[in-house]
Ligand binder design. Structure first.
Ligand code: AMP
Length: 398
């Protein structure tokens, strides 16, 4: 299914194509048609599933078509209100709104505490189509009559479970009580716990419920992120991360045995002691190295996927995919070595342009886009595009 088939308008399709999105994610396939049809929604979806676009896109579409037959915004009015738990999320969601609405004549704003209130008040005075806000500052502004909700058409509660964990229930109830009854409401949450359902009951009477489950379970306590990097800068990047982030320990996966030995040498040149296990070493020496690593004497172990199969290391804090694995299932196995027994773990992947198909296959398998981070001093020359989700690997590549 394509974004066109979901019924999105040309300006949105153009913005999505600029963003590099090619196919809708599961939550987008389910939520976009429901929101366009005017349904209230209770949706279970985690970060990384594309949930933000799943509510922002249909809201933009509906608002822009309403705007065609309605007078301009009134001062201090808000057409769509998106409430989020943190200021970081407010900034991020509003950036998404701007990205998707670049070919539309709609205004947006992020509203959060901890910064000067006056510029925010001035911006609200103009009226805002889409306001992304944290609960505290939003209520402040409402009490001060810096904004009003009479013209509100859409209300979104994003990451509802996190808001409850952060103790926002009182503020949320106050916000909800100020909203007009005639509105469309959407509630998104990673989990639909009893508390979330109770909150949902205060938002609407009846809602369409949708849920998506990650296709392959990766323990929630594993933090996954990736860095796109040119192939020839990988070893410099690894040394940089080890030093800058003061990594205590890592198992570093490479594809080929000769690259394992080479990487150990490259690290040594930068004063980092590592050792390797691969099929070119005897069983006894592999075991000795492994024991050193387990005891903590050796902090960085470079391993080929094959040599590492079946080794059991408990309490590993970090897995690095120096080369992206193939097939995609290997990714899940590799990162499953960290974050065990309820502990937190980290899985960091280095992705070069030639890994693009592997990345598509992995993210499709996970049903999730892995967070990308940029590291200062490592700009990429050969860009890695955004993944095609629902990618079906063919054995042809590689
Ligand atoms: P979210 O779950 O909303 O935090 O989105 C996670 C990431 O996925 C964000 O970086 C989005 O830009 C990206 N994303 C959302 N939808 C798609 C899509 N259909 N194709 C590719 N990337 C997407």
């Amino acid at each position: 299914m394509s974004f066109e088939q979901l019924g999105l308008s040309t300006p949105l399709l153009k913005a999505l194509s600029d963003a590099g999105y090619r196919t809708p994610t599961e939550i987008q396939k389910k939520a976009i048609p429901a929101v366009l049809a005017g349904e209230d929604l209770l949706a279970a979806a985690q970060t990384g599933t594309g949930k933000t676009a799943s509510f922002v896109l249909p809201i933009l579409q509906k608002l822009s078509s309403h705007r065609e037959d309605q007078p301009a915004l009134r001062s201090r009015s808000v057409s769509a209100l998106i409430v989020v738990p943190t200021r970081e999320l407010a900034v991020q969601v509003e950036a998404n709104v701007q990205q998707y609405s670049k070919y539309l004549e709609l205004t947006s704003m992020a509203l959060y505490g901890g910064v000067d209130i006056e510029p925010q008040r001035a911006q609200l005075a103009q009226g805002v189509d889409i306001l992304v806000a944290t609960p505290g500052r939003l209520l402040d502004m409402a009490y001060q009559r810096a904004l009003f909700f009479d013209d509100l058409e859409f209300f979104v509660l994003d990451e509802a479970d996190r808001m409850l964990d952060m103790g926002f229930i009182g503020d949320l109830k106050k916000i909800i009580s100020r909203l007009p009854d005639h509105r469309q409401s959407l509630l998104f949450s990673a989990t639909l716990s009893e508390d979330v359902r109770y909150l949902a009951d205060t938002v609407y009477e009846d809602a369409v419920e949708i849920a998506i489950s990650p296709k392959k379970k990766v323990a929630g306590q594993i933090k996954q992120w990736l860095i796109t990097v040119d192939k020839d800068r990988k070893s410099a990047l690894l040394s940089h991360l080890i030093k800058e982030l003061a990594w205590d320990q890592a198992i570093i996966f490479v594809e080929k045995k000769h690259s394992a030995a080479k990487l150990v040498e490259q690290l040594a040149k930068r004063d980092i002691t590592a050792d390797s296990i691969h099929s070119g070493r005897s069983q006894a020496s592999r075991e000795a190295t492994l024991n050193e690593f387990k005891s903590g004497q050796l902090k960085f172990l470079v391993a080929t996927g094959i040599a590492a199969r079946g080794i059991d290391i408990q309490d590993l804090s970090r897995v690095v995919n120096y080369d992206m694995p193939y097939p995609a299932e290997d990714y899940v196995h590799r990162i499953g070595r960290t974050g065990r027994a309820g502990k937190t773990g980290e899985a960091v992947s280095f992705v070069s342009k030639n890994d693009f198909k592997n990345l598509c296959a992995i993210e499709s398998l996970l049903g999730q886009i892995i967070e990308r981070r940029e590291i200062e001093g490592f700009p990429i020359k050969k860009e890695v595009p955004v993944s095609i989700l629902n990618y079906r690997p063919k054995n042809r590549y590689r």
